[in-house]
Design a binder for this molecule. Structure first.
Ligand SMILES: NC(=O)c1ccc[n+]([C@@H]2O[C@H](COP(=O)([O-])OP(=O)(O)OC[C@H]3O[C@@H](n4cnc5c(N)ncnc54)[C@H](OP(=O)(O)O)[C@@H]3O)[C@@H](O)[C@H]2O)c1
Length: 284
């Protein structure tokens, strides 16, 4: 667990072209962080980089292109980041996708599970030395999914229900965040999950109409959600908080299923098995 407040602030934001990721990157740059922006579309990434540079021109900002569904590319991303930084102060996972058809990545993993969950696991694992050096904070953005993971079919090979599978990835990220906090105790790295409330983003536009209608009145602006996320990433008051699920800057309890410790450990073991052949060197 971190013991001192570090001044060097290299912060990785995945999904930096998304609604929350972009707003968060701008606010972090305004607070003089060096932004390591992870995107998968070149033009959009360059726009985000430009606006971050405008916020903090002295910053050592970097842009990385990576399709997070490609786990070898995720390993390569970690290698490339390690070439550019000796320490990482924050790793903020905002990237996520929803696919209405069942698709697989090159490892045969269901695409949402690979992109939203396994890529986070691999990035955390491969960047751990840099996070330890930076007394880093890992923040996993996710939603309060009440679902229990179906370990017999994590890749939804049986019945594929896109919104259920998406919620499963949220549940898995909540669980992963808790188990990581436990495993990282004494490693000077914290791990928390963050719920940004309801944002009318591209991701939300793919939700069923009923979900959009029910949640519409509770909508927040990206700046409100990004402001709280920036505080969790930078403020002293959060520097040793770990294993928590925040909604804005308040702790909210995870749904009961996500708190099940033996399920959390089973998920950890499963992800270790699934990624044991993903090299640490990646595609570079
Ligand atoms: N919106 C909500 O109401 C809500 C509620 C709870 C939790 N969340 C969580 O908040 C986070 C941010 O979501 P958002 O609402 O800001 O959605 P968003 O605007 O759609 O952002 C998602 C980001 O993920 C990126 N992404 C998707 N697939 C990728 C891939 N294969 N490789 C690399 N990047 C990829 C997208 O890049 P492109 O734009 O280039 O595709 C985009 O930058 C997500 O983790 C989401 O689960 C959102």
């Amino acid at each position: 667990m971190p013991t001192t407040f570090k001044m060097e602030k290299n912060i990785i934001v995945t999904g930096a072209s998304g609604m929350l990721g972009n707003a968060t990157a701008q606010l972090l740059a305004r607070r003089k962080a060096n932004l390591f922006l992870v995107v998968h579309r070149k033009e959009r990434g360059e726009e985000v980089l430009k606006s971050v540079q405008a916020e903090y021109p002295q910053g050592n900002h970097k842009l990385y292109f990576c399709d997070l569904s490609d786990l070898e590319a995720v390993s390569g991303l970690a290698v490339n980041i390690a070439k550019d930084a000796k320490e990482i102060y924050g790793l903020i996972h905002t990237a996520a996708m929803l696919s209405k058809q069942r698709r697989e990545n090159s490892n045969g993993f269901e695409l949402m599970f690979a992109t939203n969950v396994i890529s986070r696991f691999v990035l955390n694992r491969n960047l751990l030395p840099l996070l330890q050096a930076g007394q880093g904070r890992i923040i996993s953005v996710t939603g309060p999914s009440p679902d229990r993971l179906n370990f017999t079919d994590l890749m939804a090979k049986g019945k594929f229900q896109p919104f259920l599978q998406f919620r499963m990835t949220n549940a898995a990220n909540l669980m992963l965040s808790s188990v990581l906090a436990r495993h990282l105790q004494d490693k000077r790295v914290t791990s928390n999950a963050y719920h940004p409330g309801v944002l009318q983003s591209n991701l939300m536009k793919q939700m069923p109409m009923i979900v959009r209608l029910i949640t519409f009145p509770f909508g927040k602006t990206a700046d409100q959600a990004a402001n709280a996320l920036t505080k969790l990433a930078l403020d002293n008051q959060f520097f040793n908080q770990t294993g928590l699920f925040f909604k804005f800057t308040k702790v909210m309890g995870s749904p009961k299923n996500a708190q099940n410790v033996s399920d959390q450990e089973q998920l950890w073991e499963t992800l270790q098995q699934l990624t044991k052949n993903i090299s640490y060197q990646g595609k570079g």
